[in-house]
Design a protein around this ligand. Structure first.
Ligand code: 5GP
Ligand code: ZN
Length: 112
């Protein structure tokens, strides 16, 4: 997708601190971390949100969930949160599906 920042990260056109990768997904550190562990799990295919990828490519959606466990394991974390903001009113600002893997410290729920 032209002008999609996460497609550009997937393509290597914009740098990111990649911490894990599978054939379908990548995981990289959030540029503005909200918790001691804040990594984004991102599909290599462009889909707008978790529902869209779940319909179009269930295996790719499942891969994000499995990769989140890998990210937490690699960080030495047992328990973590996996959040998919879906839609602008829910705080989604990048419209390429990504899960926030969050752990450590006091993680705000962010429900305002
Ligand atoms: P959303 O608000 O869509 O759920 O989450 C988007 C996330 O992407 C935000 O937490 C934001 O900090 C992160 N982000 C936005 N642009 C970039 C970028 O260029 N690189 C990285 N690593 N993270 C980004
Ligand atoms: Zn994209």
């Amino acid at each position: 997708m032209p002008d999609c920042i996460f497609c550009k990260i997937v393509a290597g056109e914009i740098p990111a601190e990649i911490v894990a990768e599978t054939p379908m997904s990548i995981a990289f550190k959030d540029i503005s971390p909200k918790a001691p562990l804040h990594v984004l799990v991102v599909s290599k295919e462009h889909h707008e949100n978790i529902a869209a990828i779940g319909s179009a490519n269930p295996a790719a959606a499942a891969d994000l969930a499995v990769l989140s466990r890998q990210v937490a394991d690699d960080a030495g974390v047992t328990d973590y949160r996996l959040i998919f903001n879906s839609g602008p009113d829910a705080g989604q600002t990048v419209f390429h599906v990504h899960g926030h893997v969050l752990a450590g410290g006091a993680i705000a729920l962010g429900f305002e």
